[in-house]
Design a protein. Structure first.
Length: 166
């Protein structure tokens, strides 16, 4: 067993990863494209129609899963999809579920804020931006476990030393 420094073990513990994959009902409704594609090719050949229908259904579901963004907290950086921000530029953060999350995604959503919202995911994590040069006042992220996401960002802020970025 390798010996590691206590800081390295703490940094590994602050990792968080979540893939914002589509919900099951959305995947099932996308798979309905398979019989529709098969019906187009039935006049040509029934076997060909079944094969093409199955391929279309699998391809659509696979593309939906592959294109789903990930939310990751690692090495003092919050990554949401292709965007990333140093955790020291984020405030404490808050999270909501249920009706509060619906309000945060709807009427309570600041249009200037950066957001990664996915339908079918109830929870929302909101992080205020503390960087005065950032035009977005906050980040609003969908999450199935928003409480864990907020805790991971807080732990990453506490675990990584503040270094000047400019």
């Amino acid at each position: 067993m390798q010996k590691t420094e206590p800081g390295a073990r703490d940094a590994a513990r602050t990792e968080y990863r979540e893939r914002l994959s589509p919900s099951l009902w959305l995947l099932v409704s996308a798979a309905v494209c398979a019989p529709m594609a098969a019906l187009v090719f039935v006049p040509l050949d029934t076997t060909l129609a079944l094969v093409i229908g199955a391929l279309v259904g699998v391809a659509i579901v696979a593309l939906m899963l592959a294109a789903s963004p990930a939310v990751v907290v690692r090495d003092g950086v919050l990554r949401a999809g292709r965007a990333h921000i140093d955790v020291h530029f984020l405030g404490d953060g808050g999270w909501a579920t249920g009706e509060d999350a619906r309000t945060a995604r709807g009427t309570g959503l600041d249009p200037r804020s950066w957001h990664l919202l996915r339908g079918g995911i109830d929870g929302v994590a909101v992080f205020e931006i503390t960087d005065a040069d950032d035009p977005a006042p906050s980040w609003v992220l969908s999450s199935r476990t928003p409480d864990r996401l907020v805790a991971a960002v807080r732990a990453a802020r506490a675990a990584t030393p503040r270094t000047p970025c400019r």
